[in-house]
Ligand binder design. Structure first.
Ligand code: FRU
Length: 507
């Protein structure tokens, strides 16, 4: 086992950051842009995964992310960085954290950021190394570290703040927040008996942390690790406050429509009081039903809204963007709220309206059985809103074909009347992963006989928001060359849409 002092530097942080920035710039210079996002956070080059350190600091929004700058595959992790004045348009900042201490020889892993009482930004992250040099077989040794920044861009490392005395194999992803007169931190871990747990720590000064025990232990013994935990309070309609515990569970087995991804991110709503474990009320629910969603993190906006961003994670399939010099993007920022049914609502942050030109309204549209209506000849990037009049429609499936190309490829966003679900289907994908996912149609939409879908199209992705944000589905969608068309289709019956509107990205 490595004996070196965890805080001892093995490299100059400045030099490692400069090397990482150069590597990203080289990949960016050779990048192909056919699927590179026009409005999502991504690195100009290299591989990214989880959002990290989401915060509003120094008058700007900051989204850090897990970054491997030296290639478009996963590799030793850094923190990449993007910032935004309006939560809609992002600019890339220099790489923020690179491995330079013994504890983090194999990577600076996920974490979070808060503004301290001294006005500095405190970034907490997991330092990751292999127990036995580079031999991964004996597992990892993970501890939690701190770095501080005066400007939100350049960080000073402050070393380990939470050790790993039990020598646990997986112990990572600190999420810190202010609770009353203390600071709290949740961390995910694999317990000694191999179970997924979230543990809690408390601090008065952000530097000295003491353990407060297990906040939540996953009841399913096949779940062995809870990554990226997040705990926050939301106001339910009527004013009562409820606690929401989010995590990304490793090891859950597919169960009908649920847990179909490699690993699965979701949440529990429940009660919690400091000093007590979290007590869930109701089931674990997905935060997003799509094939490409994982490791979300939230921040509290200055106006009190809870904003979430996730990683559009690959799900085992081919990753064609790697050949283009990049891989991975974050979802758009989403506003979370609690519905009267006790479930989360997740809608695109209202700030995203700044992305779009005024809508081209097509009015009400009717399609006969098996008809298809061309809506746009070429819409690689845009926002499409459709309201399906379920009462007046007889189609077995109806909805939008998007990113449809001359090679016959398309991605299908549809209401499926047989299952009562909204489908995001990539069976016609010519490139990348195939398969489909689906989300239940909200009860309110069924009762009203009216289902609204908002579809955000970027060059290589589709995000679908159902109803008032009752459900979301995210997936990569990698169309072939040439124009990328949108059409409205009715299968096995007729369709009436009471509204269809298209918005393009503002130049
Ligand atoms: C989740 C995760 C985290 C970890 C990071 C490493 O995707 O595995 O648990 O901190 O990614 O890149």
């Amino acid at each position: 086992m490595t004996q070196d002092s965890p805080n001892a530097p093995f490299a100059s942080h400045e030099r490692e950051l400069a090397r990482a920035d150069r590597a990203v710039a080289e990949l960016a210079a050779a990048r192909r842009d056919r699927w590179y996002p026009a409005f999502h956070v991504a690195s100009p080059g290299g591989w990214i995964n989880d959002p990290n350190g989401l915060c509003f600091f120094g008058g700007r929004w900051h989204a850090f992310y897990q970054l491997h700058p030296f290639g478009s595959q996963w590799g030793p992790m850094h923190w990449g960085h993007a910032s935004s004045a309006d939560l809609a348009h992002w600019r890339t900042e220099p790489v923020a954290l690179a491995p330079s201490l013994e504890a983090e020889r194999a990577g600076v892993y996920s974490g979070s950021a808060v503004t301290g009482p001294d006005g500095l930004l405190y970034a907490f992250y997991t330092a990751h190394r292999w127990r036995n040099g580079s031999n991964e077989d004996e597992g990892n040794l993970e501890v939690q570290c701190l770095a501080t920044s005066a400007d939100g861009v350049r960080f000073e490392k402050r070393g380990v703040v939470v050790g790993n005395p039990e020598n646990l194999r997986d112990f990572r992803d600190p999420k810190v927040w202010r609770q009353g007169d203390a600071w709290l931190m949740v961390v995910g871990r694999r317990s000694l008996d191999g179970r997924g747990e979230v543990v809690l720590y408390r601090s008065e000064d952000l530097l000295a942390w003491r353990p407060e025990g297990v906040l939540y232990r996953h009841p399913d013994p096949s779940v062995y690790m809870l990554e990226c935990p997040d705990l926050f309070e939301l106001e339910a309609p009527g004013g009562a406050r409820r606690w929401v515990l989010c995590f990304s569970a490793m090891g859950a087995r597919p169960d009908g429509y649920r847990f179909r991804n490699f690993n699965n991110a979701g949440y529990l709503v429940g009660t919690w009081r400091p000093g007590e474990p979290f007590s869930p009320e109701g089931d674990f629910r997905p935060l997003d039903w799509g094939q490409n969603f994982y490791a979300p993190q939230t921040l509290e906006a200055p106006d009190g809204r809870r904003i979430l961003m996730g990683w559009m994670s690959p799900n085992g399939g081919p990753l064609p963007t790697q050949a283009d010099g990049w891989c991975g993007q974050l979802t758009v920022p989403r506003e979370l709220s609690l519905g009267a049914d006790g479930a989360l609502r997740c809608a695109p942050a209202r700030e995203l309206d700044a992305l779009w030109d005024s809508a081209r309204e097509l009015g009400a549209v009717e399609l006969g059985t098996n008809e298809e209506l061309a809506v746009e000849q070429d819409l690689a990037v845009g926002c499409v809103d459709v309201t399906l009049d379920l009462g007046a429609s007889t189609a077995e499936r109806c909805g939008l074909k998007v990113h449809a190309t001359a090679d016959g490829g398309f991605t299908y966003v549809a209401y499926d009347d047989q299952t009562g679900r909204v489908v995001l289907d990539r069976q016609a994908a010519r490139t990348g992963e195939r398969g489909y996912r689906s989300a239940p149609v909200p009860a309110g939409a069924l009762a009203r006989g009216e289902l609204t879908l908002r579809v955000l199209l970027d060059r290589g992705s589709v995000e679908v928001f159902v109803g008032d944000g009752e459900q979301a589905l995210s997936a990569y969608s990698l169309p072939g060359d040439g124009p990328r068309a949108v059409s409205l289709v009715a299968e096995g019956g007729a369709l009436r849409a009471s509204r269809l509107a298209v918005r393009r990205q503002r130049p």
